[in-house]
Design a protein. Structure first.
Length: 176
């Protein structure tokens, strides 16, 4: 047995871990403030649908590396004076329609929220200028804690993402 060797080592380890503990306690002393949402959220693969005028939408994968859920409450961009956060839901007629999401986009702690055609998306309600493929658009997300996150997304041609606002004409021929 060589306890003479292992014991001092164990003591040294204990001393190191105590040091770590006290060091930790000193820096985290005031009640743990969560980081601003704008510091823990990023977007991957962001893109905007090209459109000559009217409405368009922006998509991407929102990621939250923080320990708490965060909520996007609004979005702004120079490309469209009026913007909304949209969800896509099934209406009473069984049609998929988009509408402003109540309470904003919640990105779970350590998780993701997909913004994609046919689901949640950033809605550009009225383009200030044509959005041409190859251009870029900058967006600023504002979170429920008033922090913000800015990102730039490329404009891409895309034939989908033509969600309905109103009832579609699918029910034509149902009666009469
Ligand atoms: Cu929409």
């Amino acid at each position: 047995m060589n306890t003479s060797k292992t014991l001092p080592r164990a003591a040294a380890l204990l001393a190191v871990s105590l040091l770590a503990l006290t060091g930790c306690a000193a820096t985290a002393a005031p009640a743990e403030e969560p980081k601003p949402a704008g510091d823990v959220v990023t977007i991957e693969d962001a893109w905007v649908k090209a459109a000559p005028d009217g409405m368009s939408a922006a998509f991407g994968m929102l990621e939250n590396t923080g320990d708490e859920d965060v909520t996007v409450v609004s979005v702004e961009s120079d490309v469209s004076p009026m913007m909304e956060l949209h969800e896509t839901v099934e209406n009473e007629a069984g049609e998929m329609v988009m509408r402003e999401i109540e309470g904003g986009f919640v990105i779970p702690a350590g998780g993701e929220l997909a913004l994609e055609p046919g689901a949640n998306h950033i809605m550009l309600m009225g383009l200030a200028n044509p959005l041409v493929a190859g251009d870029e658009a900058t967006f600023t997300l504002t979170f429920s804690d008033d922090s913000t996150y800015e990102f730039t997304a490329p404009v891409k041609d895309y034939s989908g993402a033509n969600e309905n606002y109103e009832e579609s004409d699918e029910h034509e021929g149902m009666d009469h």
